[in-house]
Design a protein around this ligand. Sequence first.
Ligand code: UD1
Length: 421
Amino acid sequence: MLEIWGRNPLQGNVKISGAKNSALVLMAGSLLCPKDCRLRNVPSLVDISRMSQILTSLGVKLTKNGDVLDIDARDINPTAAPYDIVSQLRASFFAVGPLLARFGTVKIPLPGGCDIGARPVKLHIQGLQAMGASVLIESGIVHADVKGSNRRLQGAKIYLDYPSVGATETLLMAATLAEGETTIENAAQEPEIVDLANFCIAMGAKIYGAGTNKITIVGVDRLHSVDYAVIPDRIEAGTFLVAGAITHSEITVSSAIADHLVPVIAKLEAIGCRIINEGENCLRLIPGELKATDIETLPYPGFPTDMQAQFMALLCFSEGNSVISETVFENRLRHVAELQRMGANIRLKGNHALIQGVPFLSGAPVMSTDLRASAALILAGLAAQGKTIVRGLHHLDRGYEDIENKLRKLGARIERVTESN
Ligand code: UD1
């Protein structure tokens, strides 16, 4: 568990790690390539270790040295992914697109639900079917095959009912090796999509329009070796900016791309802080008097659902009434009950949280309910009076590299302790 003594001012600079959600999909994307792939700026996280285990079970050879990950997917078996690891990591489903594109067949257990909602994969599967795959789900396992002599997926026109990040990534990867041209309309536009497209382009793929809502992919016969650096983690950067705001501290975050943080910066400014872009991917947060604002989560470039919990912690301290509407996931407000334990004044109405700012929160024992909720509870603890104890750190360790050391270097009083029974 983490013990946090609140109300210590922070100062200094924090360096942001590589993006978890990019690194995970790039690791899967390396399955497209029967040559050496080198990924740089890969964070050390439990989710990355799980993805490594899944790739290893397929026969991939992996070597990690610091933040450099070498991937050799020459000799692999597209049907060998084991249920016990796949079920622990939803991103494991990313392997479907590349394996089907390269081998014409794949077998992988369904990822199942998770702590923030059901998270279906219907859009991924419908898109693969449009590209000529036959997909059968039996006993919780997805079997996908491409018929025909060359077993190649065929380019197709695909319209996504919703701009799903995962479906866009699956179909983009699948289309790189398909025969002919694929268009994905109503595609997700997240920076991680652009990163994946750039990674595939660096391997020789032909992709146009990533970062807009229409992506065109012209299939190629094969991809080649690549050496590629993952983008910085915009959610980690946003979380540290909120840490500055909530503790009224001036801090800088380096290795953060301002363009990826536009909605987060806009909301921090609406709440009363200033963000100065110091160039070279460095942002300075100047704290201000915190005031209420309304937030609605949306697909990019809307406000990210992955920053919703952290902003809720901040709005608990902001003067006036705020409304947070969670529109992306159906079960992503469970941190409300934990913040209430600390004295927050929040009412839930469906997917809306009505927050009335209070002058202070009190430290309390709290339980993380998912990855970003755990960050929100740490942020609340940094600003609360007294000691907060955050349990359920397996969520936190999935997605924040070394967070307590990074916070401690900024001046926070935070310790990881092992509970004795
Ligand atoms: C990714 C991110 C996650 C982030 C989310 C939204 C990774 C590993 N995870 O998740 O951190 O919170 O984007 O920015 O990159 N949906 C369907 N049918 C489908 C697919 C999705 O209904 O076939 C729904 C989901 O249930 C959800 C919404 O679409 O309500 C968004 O999901 P999606 O964009 O696919 O998120 P993920 O790729 O799972």
